[in-house]
Design a protein around this ligand. Structure first.
Ligand code: PMP
Length: 424
């Protein structure tokens, strides 16, 4: 595409094919983990020589690390449009962020969510007051179902957990509409932005949600750093998520016992030495993306259009959709091909064409199983293709060509199931 977007590392990787040749790798699995931006690699390179103790060190390099860590907080705040009173807690990833929030939710809070959620958003909430709503048939249904569930919820604190964009279909959820319903019923809203944040501007204030959770490794930074950004009151009132140095304000002996007071801020949840390099990488990615979102969106729209037009011409291919084929989505498409096991499709794409996709149920078992049913597919798993800043028009062309020839002629090599996975 003609738009200029931030470059990523690994664009020239070559991988071996089953016929002994090598080919440029086509990474069509950005939704799982995206390649790092070149700017992120450079920022990490620059920081590594200054790698020193953070928070507790008095030396110059320690001061640099501490400053980098705190500046990253400010960048994250800007990236999601945080309100002045919002807290930023650095975590390992979205899963960690949502588990942390689940620990901080006051006892007895009514939690309402759709059963289509990724397991990271579906499972951390415990207790009798958790209500899982059946996958809606459309956006309007989702609004009605949430309204009804909240009207029936017991008096007391309420929390709605929502996905911003589905990792199975890429569809963008009507977050602002659902948040407005939640507000009418006095509920708070936690947004799983793992899939939306790399592709669209997320604004806590404009969406009117309370928390946003995201992962660096989906946002063109390496693994290991994520964030929970949002309201501080529940976080400040909760016991630390991890107990140890950094969470404690003071510890003293009291006879046989130890008396502990916790750090008053939300940083009480960041016990232990922090991932300064990861957080710096995440913040750098946020800064670069934040400056160039218009180009990112345009780049992905063009690739998605090309992808879906190509897939539509593959005989027997069924696309999964929750809200309908024309609903707004980020660059993710899941599908099955009639008569072909999804695992075999993924194996052929890799071994014969150097294309990386994912197959399975995508940590959203309920959602994927139901979507397969809705699509009238007889397959039990789906293939997921996801585009991003490392994707070129050639990758998409190669994928479509590979699927067409697979449907027409079958695999070029012989495949067998080894430990549950197809291999040539
Ligand atoms: N939510 C969604 C929508 C996701 O796609 C993912 C990652 N597949 C997660 C949460 C969990 O992210 P992580 O594995 O980085 O914790």
């Amino acid at each position: 595409t003609a738009v200029s977007v931030p470059p990523v590392v690994g664009a020239r990787l070559e991988v071996p094919l089953v016929d002994g040749t090598r080919v440029r790798y086509a990474n069509l699995d950005h939704a799982a983990s995206a390649p790092a931006l070149e700017a992120v690699r450079d920022a990490v390179d620059e920081l590594l020589p200054w790698y020193a103790s953070v928070h507790r060190g008095a030396g110059f390099a320690s001061q640099v690390c501490t400053r980098v860590h705190e500046q990253a907080r400010a960048v994250l705040r800007r990236f999601v449009g945080a309100r002045p009173t919002d807290a930023v807690v650095f975590t390992r990833n979205t899963t960690d962020s949502l588990n942390l929030l689940a620990r901080a939710v006051p006892r007895g809070t009514a939690v309402v969510l759709f059963d289509t959620e990724h397991h990271a958003a579906l499972l951390p909430w415990r207790g009798p007051a958790v209500r899982r709503l059946r996958t809606p048939a459309g956006s309007g249904d989702a609004v009605l179902a949430l309204d009804r569930a909240l009207a029936e919820a017991p008096v007391g604190p309420r929390l709605v957990v929502l996905t911003a964009a589905s990792n199975v279909t890429g569809e963008v959820w009507p977050v602002a509409e659902l948040a407005a319903v939640a507000r009418r019923h006095g509920a708070r809203i936690a947004l799983d932005a793992a899939q939306l944040a790399p592709h669209r501007r997320v604004d806590i204030g404009a969406l009117d949600v309370d928390w946003v959770a995201l992962s660096g490794h989906k946002l063109y930074a390496p693994y290991g750093a994520g964030a929970l950004v949002g309201r501080g009151d529940w976080l400040r009132a909760a016991e630390p998520y991890l107990v140890g140095g950094g969470a404690t304000a003071a510890v003293s002996e009291r006879g046989e016992q130890v008396s502990v007071s916790w750090v008053p801020g939300a940083e009480r949840h960041e016990a232990g030495s922090p991932n300064v390099v990861g957080v710096h990488a995440l913040a750098t990615a946020c800064e670069v993306l934040g400056r160039q979102f218009d180009g990112v969106v345009e780049h992905e729209r063009a690739l998605l259009r090309q992808l879906r037009a190509g897939l539509a011409a593959v005989p027997g291919l069924r696309e999964l959709a929750l809200f309908g084929a024309d609903h707004d989505r980020v660059g993710v498409v899941s599908f099955t091909v009639d008569g072909l096991d999804s695992g075999l499709v993924a194996a052929v794409l890799s071994a014969e064409h150097g294309i990386g996709v994912r197959d399975g149920l995508f940590c959203a078992h309920v959602a994927t199983a139901r979507l397969l049913g809705r699509a009238g597919s007889h397959e039990r798993r789906a293939v997921r293709v996801s585009v991003g800043l490392g994707t070129t028009a050639e990758h998409v062309d190669r994928l479509v060509g590979a699927l067409r020839s697979l449907v027409a002629d079958g695999p070029a090599a012989e495949y067998a199931l080894v430990d549950g996975r197809w291999a040539p």
